[in-house]
Ligand binder design. Structure first.
Ligand SMILES: Nc1ncnc2c1ncn2[C@@H]1O[C@H](COP(=O)(O)OP(=O)(O)OP(=O)(O)O)[C@@H](O)[C@H]1O
Ligand SMILES: [Mg+2]
Length: 368
């Protein structure tokens, strides 16, 4: 899971244009040996196109792709040290599970006994060791997905490309398969590049995530860094839920930014080393779970605080989201609170006049 290893995939200034439209626009990044790397972004941002170029199913209009030290220009898909698992995992319905998994080896001319052995081994990896003789229509969705994985693993690629591999599964199964994929990746040690537009999926599985928008990589970082230190409003908003306060930088003193926001009595103070200039327009991005609700103002005067009134409460099971009106000029502020007690005993309810508070170390100030 280390990010500091030798790159297995290097993407250098790669663009893909369809006519005048750039689906992938000058992307440069490298992926380390053994990484679990995620490409994350909204629909149409170019994730699949980038993956298809790595697989050799699409040629870059510009730039260079290097996999395992070898320039991929002119190398056809079937000779690349990669394998791709597609979004709609196609398994052959008329072939047994074992034959499905062994099919790729058969096409490459591997001898029968070896095919059997390797297919069986790949099935064991995805915990379907006893399912070889079944037909695909005798499997659940999750099991079919694992057959598709086994089929990709059996050829022992250096890099496994997975395009939305879990999107067809229901919520419970997805969560289980996330863990299984991570364990599988650790067992086989193959580099995984997974495409998803599900932020939870990326956050829970990946060693690093590239967040894409409009064909470009907006930020590339490990999950916790993306979540805690997004560099732009787009990334802050795309990863998790966020409250955004627009304002003007009033002062910067000892790494504390004071952001004057219309609608708030006091400027928001955020401690941050990378600071925008005084006078600039900027946004304080604050996660709902970092805000506290209390009946009294906080005792620590250095804490950010604002009075407000609870207007809505959304019950989500483990947490509730309180929507708090702090000003007519501002959208409702979202505050997430764990439901430790039963809902009948929750400490705050509609119409309550409360205080919201958060420390200077919570949130970030963004200038774009
Ligand atoms: N063969 C093609 N011809 C023209 N435009 C294309 C082609 N393939 C993809 N595009 C366009 O390129 C953009 C990126 O497509 P891509 O499939 O890479 O998006 P994506 O990020 O995978 O989205 P999704 O999450 O919906 O799968 C889209 O606007 C798409 O319409
Ligand atoms: Mg796609």
């Amino acid at each position: 899971m280390s990010t500091e290893t030798t790159p297995i995939v290097e993407i250098n200034g790669v663009s893909k244009r369809f006519g005048s439209f750039a689906a992938v626009d000058n992307v440069t990044l490298s992926i380390g040996q053994g990484e679990f790397f995620a490409l994350l972004g909204p629909s149409g941002c170019g994730k699949t196109t980038l993956l298809r170029m790595l697989a050799g199913l699409e040629l870059p209009t510009e730039g260079r792709l290097i996999i395992d030290g070898q320039d991929m220009s002119g190398v056809p898909a079937n000779q690349r040290p990669v394998n791709m698992v597609f979004q709609s995992y196609a398994v052959f319905p008329h072939m047994s599970v074992l034959d499905n998994v062994g099919y790729g080896l058969k096409v490459s001319g591997v001898q029968r006994p070896e095919i059997r052995e390797r297919a069986q081994e790949a099935l064991a990896l995805v915990k379907l060791g006893d399912f070889g003789q079944r037909m695909p229509d005798q499997l659940s969705g999750g099991q079919r997905q694992r057959v598709a994985l086994a089929r990709a693993l059996v050829k022992r690629p250096k890099v496994l490309l997975l395009d939305e591999p879990l999107s067809a599964l229901d919520a419970k199964l997805r969560e289980q398969m996330r863990l299984e994929l991570v364990n599988l990746q650790e067992t086989v040690g193959i580099t995984f590049v997974i495409v998803t537009h599900d932020q939870d999926e990326a956050l829970s599985m990946a060693s690093r995530i590239a967040v894409m928008e409009a064909g470009q990589v907006r930020q590339l970082a490990p999950p916790a860094e993306l979540y805690e230190f997004p560099k732009t409003r787009f990334v802050a908003d795309f990863i998790g839920s966020v409250n955004m306060f627009e304002g003007r930088v009033e002062a910067v003193e000892k790494d504390v930014i004071r952001l004057a926001c219309p609608g708030l009595e006091r400027p928001i103070e955020v401690e941050q080393t990378d600071t925008p200039p005084v006078g600039a327009t900027a946004w304080a991005a604050l996660r709902p779970e970092k805000i506290e609700i209390s009946k009294e103002p906080p005792s620590d005067p250095t804490e950010n605080a604002t009075p407000g009134r609870i207007e809505e409460i959304t019950y989500l099971g483990e947490v509730s989201i309180y929507h708090v009106r702090v000003s007519e000029a501002l959208p409702l502020v979202k505050v997430a609170m764990a439901n430790v007690d039963r809902v009948t005993r929750r400490p705050f309810t509609w119409e309550d006049e409360v205080y919201l508070s958060w420390t200077r170390q919570c949130g970030v100030v963004l200038d774009r």
